[in-house]
Design a protein around this ligand. Structure first.
Ligand code: SF4
Ligand code: SF4
Length: 80
């Protein structure tokens, strides 16, 4: 059995505010189906320039950090 959390309805192109526009039914992050169609761009705000570690000694990849780059150590910037 394949376990694929990424195939959740919330990552599907047919998902709209807890509703499946293909099957006209309520769905959640616990659902999926054979018509699943991955949203190709899940995150467009998380990148090095929005990372609290950018240009900071805590950056995990200081030699590679750049706009449009991202790594698993991304951290949100604190806002006042
Ligand atoms: S098409 Fe399938 S995977 Fe996509 S939102 Fe509807 S039920 Fe979920
Ligand atoms: S996303 Fe990763 S590489 Fe980019 S600034 Fe943050 S910690 Fe550094």
């Amino acid at each position: 059995m394949s376990i694929r959390l990424g195939n959740s309805c919330v990552n599907c192109k047919k998902y709209d505010n807890e509703y499946c526009t293909k099957h006209d039914t309520s769905v959640s992050d616990r659902h999926t189906c054979d018509s699943f169609a991955m949203i190709t761009k899940l995150k467009d705000k998380e990148n090095c320039t929005t990372c609290a570690r950018y240009m900071n000694p805590t950056c995990a990849n200081p030699k590679k950090a750049a706009p449009h780059m991202l790594c698993s150590h991304w951290a949100p910037q604190v806002q006042a």
